[in-house]
Ligand binder design. Structure first.
Ligand code: C5P
Length: 236
């Protein structure tokens, strides 16, 4: 099913920057090219959370990527507070208790909860060392199914997992994929990467892109080029 979301709104730029000042400068540089931003550990813990409300008031959408995981009551009350900030997406780890608590905490706020199935830096050996008996593929599928049953809004996954997860969860859940590299961009520490066009074709709804935009000589032009690629891939 072709996505109903406008191509520009499917690009989420990760504001992985060390403070409010560089983050606000980047948002100003990107201007109308970008409508959706992600705020993660680095910026959130460097005084960046007030930017959520500011961006929301300017009509932008914000994804708070704090990957919460704690006892249910703590998650629920934390999400209740986060829901007041004006964000669109929030991540939690895909443990059943944590996912249920996040849905309880967001109540009718409109905040959408995304679950992280298995971190993309984990392979089967890492899971084994952490005490899990399932490998990555089985654990991702199990947790995706649980997320769907619990009523989670979307999953964060590698673009390589998007096509198989789409089969597990159908069309109701949004798939949000980092690990995106336009052709010719440096891969950095990302190992399992895809171009924007291939990730869209694989079934991703939203693409999270950090360094290929932030480190470009012309970030706005880099973002515009990704939007064009998304538009072309969505039209196919
Ligand atoms: O700079 P780059 O495009 O690699 O940034 C990707 C963003 O997506 C970063 O903010 C990173 O933390 C995040 N992310 C990821 N892999 C995941 C989950 C989140 O790269 N599995």
């Amino acid at each position: 099913m072709p996505s109903q979301i406008a191509p520009r709104d499917r690009l989420i730029v990760a504001l992985d920057l060390p403070g409010l000042e560089p983050a606000e400068a980047m948002v100003a540089r990107l201007g109308d090219a970008v409508t959706f931003y992600k705020i993660g550990y680095q910026l959130a813990f460097a005084g960046g959370l007030p930017l959520v409300r500011k961006l929301a008031d300017e009509g932008k959408k914000v994804f708070i990527d704090l990957k919460l995981h704690d006892i249910g009551n703590t998650v629920a009350r934390g999400v209740e507070s986060i829901a007041k900030l004006g964000a669109t997406f929030l991540t939690v780890h895909a443990y059943p208790q944590t996912m249920k608590a996040a849905l309880e905490g967001r109540a009718d706020s409109g905040l959408k909860i995304l679950a992280v199935t298995v971190l993309t830096s984990y392979d089967d050996n890492d899971l084994n060392a952490a005490g899990y008996r399932l490998g990555v593929a089985d654990l991702v599928a199990t947790r995706a199914r649980q997320a769907q049953e619990i009523g989670i809004d979307g999953l964060v996954c590698s673009p390589e997992e998007a096509a198989s997860l789409r089969k597990v969860v159908g069309d109701r859940l949004s798939l949000v994929t980092p690990g995106i590299r336009p052709a010719g961009a440096a891969s950095g520490d990302q190992k399992r990467i895809m171009t924007p066009a291939r990730a869209i074709a694989a079934g991703a709804d939203y693409l999270v892109v950090g360094r290929p935009v932030l480190e470009a000589a012309d970030p706005k032009a880099a973002a515009e080029a990704i939007v064009v690629e998304i538009a072309q891939a969505s039209a196919r």
